[in-house]
Design a binder for this molecule. Structure first.
Ligand SMILES: Nc1nc2c(ncn2[C@@H]2O[C@H](COP(=O)(O)OP(=O)(O)OP(=O)(O)O)[C@@H](O)[C@H]2O)c(=O)[nH]1
Ligand SMILES: Nc1ccn([C@H]2C[C@H](O)[C@@H](COP(=O)(O)OP(=O)(O)O)O2)c(=O)n1
Length: 226
């Protein structure tokens, strides 16, 4: 079995983690685990962790570290046969320490996007809640306004995407993300990308992954996901 590849993508709300993760999954065959989507699945399924997480998310708060690690680490255990890309976790130092004690990461991508760009993007973000598919009226609009391309079901805008909610979320993100960024910088596996346009960042991320992911792993993963 080829050695597997373990990566994390981090960035503030609206920075493009989901957009870039989808391109990485498609182009390099890594299995994408979005912590936000996984939480929403648990909330929709009324699991014990989902019910608890909902009480925090509804107040625009981060879910407590022990809840996140108890939810994510067993899910990663189920993915030990895949190379994966983790999105939105770890978000705090405690989460990073829990993850680092259970696996060795190969690469951490950090997106550093200006506040005004985040506000602009999130004000135009529409989501198909059931699938997590993400649209943007300026960047990747749905074929028919307001409905999901695949199911035709209505799209929604998330309350915490509104500008007044975003500033608080962004301030909190910066406070908790800095120690995590410092840990991975010290490990020499952090790569930071700054721009206002995902399409300009993408070629650099793609080149980095092409250099870092051994060809046999990428070929094997693409074969297993097709
Ligand atoms: N205009 C524009 N919109 C973009 C760009 N990249 C992503 N978007 C859109 O901006 C919004 C945020 O992108 P996401 O990929 O959802 O960002 P995220 O970091 O996963 O966001 P969270 O899930 O809130 O953490 C979505 O509506 C994207 O379609 C870009 O380069 N330009
Ligand atoms: N590690 C994490 C990941 C997500 N959450 C919570 C808080 C987030 O606003 C929601 C949704 O996560 P998602 O990544 O989709 O949203 P943002 O990145 O915060 O815009 O879940 C958390 O508390 N801890």
């Amino acid at each position: 079995m080829s050695r597997l590849f373990r990566a994390v993508i981090m960035g503030p709300p609206g920075s493009g983690k989901g957009t870039i993760s989808e391109r990485i999954a498609r182009g390099f065959g890594l299995q994408h685990l979005s912590s936000g989507d996984f939480l929403r699945e648990n909330i929709a399924s009324n699991t014990e962790a989902g019910v608890l997480a909902k009480t925090y998310i509804e107040k625009g708060l981060l879910v407590p570290d022990h809840v996140m690690t108890r939810l994510l680490l067993p899910r990663l255990e189920e993915m030990t046969c895949h190379s994966w890309l983790l999105d939105g976790f770890p978000r705090t130092l405690a989460q990073a320490e829990a993850l680092n004690s259970s696996c060795e990461l190969d690469l951490v991508i950090s997106l550093n996007i200006p506040l005004e760009t985040l506000k602009e993007r999130l004000s135009h973000r529409w989501i198909h809640q059931a699938s997590g598919r993400v649209y943007n009226m300026c960047f990747n609009p749905p074929r028919v306004q307001g409905v999901d391309d695949i199911t035709g079901e209505p799209l929604i805008q998330q309350d915490d995407d509104k500008p007044e909610a975003l500033v608080a979320r962004l301030r909190h993100y910066k406070d908790v993300a800095k120690p995590v960024i410092d840990v991975y910088k010290a490990k020499g596996i952090l790569h930071t990308f700054s721009d206002t346009d995902t399409d300009r960042i993408w070629p650099y991320i793609s080149s980095l992954l092409s250099a870092k992911i051994p060809t046999d792993i990428a070929d094997a993963q693409r074969a297993s996901t097709h």
